[in-house]
Structure formats: structure tokens, C-alpha cells
Design a protein around this ligand. Structure first.
Ligand code: ADP
Ligand code: ZN
Length: 741
């Protein structure tokens, strides 16, 4: 007789997994919550899998009971979880931890309840009069409830010591006492009231896009849709109207944004459009308390909350009857989780949509080349919005050649070009606002000549070589090619070739000197540590208490300020020379997105881009807002070198406090990986990571590439499973890696 056992993930920080026998007659399925014996106590856990055992294993203990009769994880989410474990090569229990957040699994959390007193019907006058004379306290309580909404009041609100009176009144049949669940409302702390917004009349382009999305909603297994719309083209309005349609048909909607705190305006627009059904909108912030997260999760699962807005992990929101998934700014790196399980939120969303058979819309002004390639291959449907929604022109982008500036000022290149400075002065005079953007991506430093702009590149991979201070070498982080550090520029022979960079603080300092009359604020991770600092600064900027906003990547996303007519990008090429084949793509995306913050109102916008490499394609195509041109040449380069989207690229990293052991471990793994390497996989060399030392640990890495993902991650998993690692070495496998640091 086949015996069924279950594998259970025990709640709590130690994340233990044990098998238990199932008592007769109990229907236990994966995703069920169970109570099990653990040592001498009892514990709660989640069923990971039902495993068929060959024969009765008497050593196995029986589980005690089933907590919920139904599994907490839906079959589709369970399937999604299995896919993640296989594709990203990680343990299933780590995936379950993401599927069922700790707040939901933990025994400590439960629904919050309160006692309420309810009047089923208004008492007769005679009764009230009698009570007024004989029992004034009861009379007072009764009149309070009588005038409360729905004739219901929380016992706690009826004042100290009313318990005895209430009991007596219940006995006398005057009222009823009930238990009610209360929601811990994350928005309850009086964030200003949101007025309902009305749908706008769509322009023809938007209407076509909406029609196409709605046509897909009718299909049994729709294709994913890529919505490529220039900045300000009104993608959000299309999302809102599509969501409305799906909600009206009784289905639910999932909205993914790159980061809740950095996209306050998008979240607000959803809240405003669905203000009339506000308690059906759940916003999954990272700063929800455990209790709030528990409540929101259960509201979603029960179908009470029908629109869920959240970052990456919201892709696991247990929405029933999912009708539409929207992924805003689908190209953003923040969708990739940089800890185990290292899944990509957008890709998991696409997969979930396929399992749910619902429509998914990926939106961006600068789509990832992965998604773009999927439209070219016919896997995704492409919809376009090529005009700004309100008929405004795209901002005019001017390039300032910082090599000339450096020559003009002799010596250290200036932070602010004359052109940008004049433009800022003009905006101040006219009472218009400006944004200054500083690219701080990439710590890995490359060598650049300030005179001719030349950057030392790998001859084999066409990525910038990384400067290694410790051994004074330039190294290619894709193939391992090494070069000595030149003493003068290989191109123009100038000896001034330098490593250089400056931060936002420095810019703020300089600005205060150059334009003392301007009100300036800075947005970056350092300045925004205080709670609400970001929101307050953005509000101050919106109400024009600030003239010039200086910021990093934090201000590149989805902000909409109609009075901003000038955007300055200070060091456009800083991200261009990092050891990453996506450097060009990221630079193009960043410039296009930042430039898109200008001229979003009545007034025309201007963008000034400062760069040492004015002719680089990323900068030139961004200047012309030309995604097609950019993608065409970039795809050619990717194809030629077999980079994504033409291959999957994974990174295996080792970390240790002991440099030799980190390196040796990875070399051992390299040998084993090479042994029976499946065909089609390219195995790179063991190299020090671009960031060789981080948090006191030494890091080494291997890059692997393959046309097919699964054989690659399975091969690596198999090798890792049969290799015992030294205790002080950590090995991390990152499938479809976005970061090569
Ligand atoms: P995107 O998300 O593509 O960057 P937005 O949705 O933010 O663009 O739209 C930019 C601006 O245009 C917003 O102020 C929005 O209210 C406005 N807008 C969008 N659609 C329309 C429309 N059909 N008619 C008028 N204004 C619109
Ligand atoms: Zn190389």
C-alpha cells in the first residue's frame, strides 16, 4: 500500500524542513497549514509537498492537525513556485517563504478582533423611558448605540466599566454582543483624503492601445503585451481604464511598480481613480507592520481587496480571479530580487499570467531588450504610443561636450558647463523649475581621458575594462582579458587619463555657490533617510518651494512635475563604462527617462546632457528619443557576442573572509562544471568580482551563458549539490543576472 507523507516547512527563523506521516482520513495538500510535533513541543508549518513513501516508516511522526481545511497557496501560485525553484536553481522552501510571507505564516499573527454591541431593532419608547428611570447607565449605553451608524458600537468605545451593564442587557434581550474582525488599515494614520479622478478622453493612439488590451481580455489564453509609450504618452491612463474594465467584469487586478516609495505619483493615481472603492485597493508597502501585512494578505485572498499595487514581491499576491497584470516601467532592475530566490518579478508575472490565462501588460518608454526581443519573435504583442498625451512636443535634448569644457577651464573638468549654468539662471528668472540628475551607478571605475573621452575597452568583449587598484591592472569582467594601466591616453597620448567621479553633495555645494539665490534640495539615499523625507521633498518641489532639485536614480522614475522645464544630466557617461554588457542599454534608459521629466506641462522642456563621449550611440539615440534606432544597433552587438536577449547569462559567485579559499572553492566548482558540461553552455573563467572586496568579504565569480536556461541552472545545481563547500565560503548562483558586481 502506498503511504503518503508530507514535507513540512516549520515556521520560525530556523526554517526547518521535516517529513511527517498523515493520519488516516486527513486530506492534506501542498500549501496547507498544519500543526506538527517538534521535539517535545508542537509547532506550526506549511506543507511543501506530498511525498509517496514506499512503505510505512515507523520513525516518522504523524502530524497533529490541519489548521485551515483549504491550502493557503493557490494551485497556480504553487506551480509558479515550482517553476521558480527549477528555473532559478534554488530550494523550494525558500520560494515558499516568498509565496507566504512570514507575517502570514507566523503563529504570532492572527486577525485582530473586537467586541461590538449591536441593536437589531430600535427599542420602543416605553422601554427607553423605563430604563431612563431605573437604570440610567443602561439607558445611556442604549441611546449611544441607537445613534451610531448601523446601530453598532465597539464595546471599547462605550466607556470603562460598561461590561457588566452590557452583559445584563444582552441577557434581557436588549442588544447582542458579537465579535468582529478589524482591519489594521495602513492608511488610517490620516494621509490626506484622495478625491476621485474621472477617466480622461483618450487620444486615438491611447484608444487603440486600450482596445487591443480589452480584446485580449476576451481571449482564452492571451499573449503578453508590451506597451511601448514615450515618456508622457499617457500609459498610466491606459492602465487605469483597462483596470476599470476588468474590475467591472468582476475580476481582480495586480499592478507591479518598481518601488512603492519611489513611485508615489503612480500609486496615488490608482488610489484616486478607484477612490470610490478605496477599501478594495491594497498597497503592499515594504513598511507595513506584520499585523497590517497579515490583514492585507487575507483581504486579498478572500477577494475583498480587488486591486493590489506593490513592488516585486506583490507578484505573489493571492488574488483570486486575476483578470489583468500591469507591470509599470518593466525595464527597471529593481524587479530582480538580489537575494535568494533571485527571481525577476516581471518574468514571474509573465509566467503567472500564462498560468492564470490572464492578460499582462508590460509598460515602458525604454523596454528591456529581453521584452523587445519577445515582440520581435512574436511571443509578445507590441502596442505603441509615440506621441505625448497632451499634444506637447518631446523635450529638446542638447549635448554638451565636456572635453571642450575641460579644455576651456584648464585643469580639473568643471561639474557645471557654461551652457547648463546659463540655462539654470534663465529658469530662475522666469520662475520655472529645474532638475539636476547625477548618475551614480557603478562603483567600478574605468579609465577615461578627459581630453578625448577615450575609455579603455576589452578588445574581445566591447565592455569597459575595470581598474583594479590592488595589482594596478585593467581587467575584462566578461572574458578575463588583462592589460596594464596606461600612463597616458592610448588614443590622444594625453597624460591626464584619470579615474574620476563626484557625488550629489559636491554638486549641492557648487550650486549653492554658483546660484546663491536659488532654493535647492537634494534627493539621494543619504538625504532621504528620515521617514517621509522623500514625500515631503517631492511635495515641496511640487508646490514650488524648491527651484532646483538635485538627485540620483531615485528621481528618474515616473515623476510628473508640470513646471519643470529644464533637466540637466551632469555626468551622462558615468554608467557607460562599467564592466557590464548592459551599460549602453542602462545609459540609454536613464537619459531617456530623466529627460522625460522635462516639459510635461504647458511649457516646453529642455534637457542638457553633459558628457565626455558625445558620440556614443546610447547618448545620441536618447537625444532623439529613438528607441527603435537604439535597439537595432544594440541588438546587433548582443547578437554578435551572444549576450542576452540572445542567450541567458548567469553568474556564480563565491564569497569569503579568506581570499584564497573563496578563489579555490570557485576553481574547484569550475573544474566540476567543466567535467560534463552540457552542450550549448559557455563556461567563463574564475575571476575576481568587479567589487573584489565587499563588507570585508572577498568575491570571485564565473559567468555562464547558454541559449537555454534550464539545462544551465540544472547543471549548476547538480554540481553544487554534490560539492561540499567549506564552512566559511558562501556560493551564490544568479540566473539571468542583472548585476555583475
Ligand atoms: P506616462 O505614464 O506615459 O509617462 P502619463 O500617464 O503620466 O504618461 O501622462 C502624462 C500626462 O498626460 C498626465 O498629466 C496625464 O494626466 C495626461 N494625459 C494622459 N492621457 C491624457 C488624455 N487622453 N488627454 C489629456 N491628458 C492626458
Ligand atoms: Zn573581454
Amino acid at each position: 500500500m502506498a503511504v503518503v507523507n508530507v514535507r513540512v516547512l516549520i515556521d520560525g527563523p530556523s526554517e526547518l524542513v521535516f517529513d511527517y506521516a498523515v493520519p488516516m482520513g486527513l486530506d492534506v495538500r501542498p500549501g496547507c497549514r498544519v500543526r506538527v510535533p517538534l521535539r517535545k513541543k508542537s509547532a506550526t508549518g506549511t506543507v511543501l509537498a506530498v511525498v509517496e513513501a514506499e512503505q510505512m516508516d515507523f520513525a516518522l511522526r504523524e502530524l497533529e492537525s490541519l489548521i485551515d481545511p483549504e491550502p493557503l497557496i493557490t494551485p497556480v501560485l504553487l506551480r509558479t513556485g515550482e517553476w521558480i525553484a527549477d528555473y532559478y536553481g534554488c530550494g523550494f522552501e525558500t520560494v515558499i517563504r516568498s509565496l507566504l510571507p512570514e507575517a502570514v505564516r507566523s503563529e504570532e499573527n492572527s486577525a485582530k478582533t473586537r467586541r461590538i454591541a449591536v441593536l437589531e431593532a430600535a427599542p420602543e419608547e416605553a422601554v427607553l423611558e423605563k430604563l431612563a428611570k431605573r437604570a440610567p447607565r443602561q439607558h445611556a449605553i442604549l441611546s449611544l448605540i441607537l445613534h451610531a451608524p448601523d446601530m453598532r458600537m465597539a464595546v471599547a468605545d462605550l466607556g470603562e466599566g460598561s461590561a457588566a451593564a452590557l452583559k445584563g442587557m444582552e441577557k434581557a434581550g436588549l442588544l447582542k454582543l458579537e465579535i468582529e474582525e478589524v482591519r489594521r488599515d495602513p492608511d488610517a494614520d490620516g494621509v490626506d483624503e484622495i478625491l476621485e479622478s474621472q477617466p480622461l478622453t483618450l487620444n486615438p493612439e491611447q484608444q487603440r492601445a486600450l482596445d487591443a488590451i480589452l480584446a485580449s481580455v476576451e481571449e482564452p489564453s492571451p499573449k503578453p503585451i508590451l506597451l511601448l509609450g514615450v515618456t508622457g504618452s499617457g500609459k498610466t491612463e491606459v492602465y487605469l481604464q483597462a483596470a476599470r474594465h476588468v474590475i467591472d467584469r468582476g475580476k481582480t487586478v495586480l499592478v507591479l511598480v518598481p518601488e512603492i516609495s519611489l513611485t508615489p505619483q503612480t500609486v496615488r493615481r490608482f488610489k484616486a481613480r478607484f477612490a470610490a472603492m478605496q477599501d478594495q485597493v491594497a498597497v503592499l508597502h515594504s513598511n507595513l507592520s506584520q499585523g497590517e501585512r497579515f490583514d492585507e494578505w487575507h483581504r486579498i485572498r478572500k477577494g475583498v481587496a480587488r486591486i493590489v499595487i506593490g513592488a516585486r514581491s506583490a507578484v505573489f499576491a493571492p488574488l483570486p480571479d486575476l483578470g489583468l497584470i500591469l507591470v509599470d516601467e518593466e525595464h527597471e532592475n529593481t524587479y530582480k530580487q538580489e537575494s535568494v530566490p533571485r527571481y525577476h518579478g516581471r518574468d514571474v508575472a509573465v509566467l503567472r499570467a500564462a498560468f492564470e490565462k490572464c492578460v499582462i501588460v508590460l509598460g515602458s518608454a525604454t523596454p528591456s531588450l529581453e521584452s523587445w526581443q519577445n515582440t520581435q519573435a512574436g511571443k509578445y504583442e507590441l502596442l505603441r504610443l509615440d506621441q505625448r498625451a497632451d499634444g506637447q512636443a518631446m523635450p529638446l535634448v542638447r549635448i554638451v561636450d565636456m572635453r571642450l569644457e575641460a579644455a576651456k577651464h584648464k585643469g580639473a573638468p568643471a561639474i557645471l558647463s557654461d551652457k547648463l549654468r546659463t540655462a539654470l539662471e534663465q529658469r530662475l528668472e522666469k520662475g520655472e523649475q529645474s532638475i539636476l540628475f547625477l548618475n551614480r551607478r557603478g562603483f567600478a571605475r574605468s579609465l577615461q581621458c578627459p581630453k578625448c573621452g577615450h575609455v579603455c575597452q576589452c578588445p574581445h568583449c566591447s565592455v569597459a575594462l575595470t581598474y583594479h587598484r590592488t595589482d594596478e591592472r585593467l581587467v575584462c569582467h566578461v572574458c578575463g582579458h588583462q592589460a596594464i594601466v596606461p600612463r597616458k591616453c592610448p588614443e590622444c597620448k594625453d597624460p591626464a587619463i584619470i579615474l574620476q567621479g563626484y557625488g550629489t553633495q559636491k554638486v549641492e555645494e557648487v550650486m549653492a555657490k554658483v546660484l546663491p539665490q536659488a532654493k535647492i534640495a537634494r534627493i539621494d539615499a543619504d538625504a532621504m533617510r528620515r521617514k517621509h523625507a522623500l514625500r515631503d521633498t517631492l511635495n515641496a518641489f511640487k508646490s514650488h518651494k524648491i527651484d532646483i532639485l538635485i538627485g540620483t536614480q531615485m528621481i528618474a522614475k515616473g515623476l510628473h512635475f508640470p513646471n519643470v522645464t529644464l533637466v540637466g544630466i551632469l555626468n551622462a557617461d558615468l554608467g557607460l563604462h562599467v564592466p557590464d554588457f548592459r551599460a549602453g542599454e542602462r545609459t540609454f534608459q536613464l537619459i531617456t527617462q530623466v529627460a522625460g521629466r522635462a516639459g510635461r506641462g504647458e511649457l516646453e522642456g529642455e534637457v542638457i546632457v553633459q558628457t565626455f563621449t558625445p558620440h556614443s550611440p546610447s547618448i545620441q539615440y536618447a537625444r532623439r528619443h529613438d528607441f527603435d534606432g537604439f535597439s537595432e544597433q544594440e541588438m546587433e552587438f548582443r547578437r554578435q557576442f551572444s549576450f542576452p536577449p540572445f542567450a541567458h547569462c548567469a553568474v556564480l559567485t563565491s564569497r569569503s573572509n579568506h581570499e584564497r579559499r573563496a578563489e579555490f572553492t570557485l576553481q574547484t566548482l569550475h573544474l566540476r562544471l567543466a567535467e560534463d558540461l552540457p552542450p550549448g553552455i559557455t563556461l567563463g573563467e574564475v575571476l575576481p568580482s568587479p567589487l573584489v572586496r565587499s563588507h570585508g568579504q572577498f568575491r570571485f565569480q564565473i559567468t555562464l551563458r547558454s541559449h537555454r536556461a534550464r539545462p544551465l541552472s540544472r547543471h549548476v545545481q547538480a554540481v553544487l549539490a554534490r560539492t561540499s563547500l567549506p564552512e566559511d565560503v558562501t556560493v551564490v548562483f544568479d540566473m539571468d543576472a542583472l548585476s555583475f558586481s
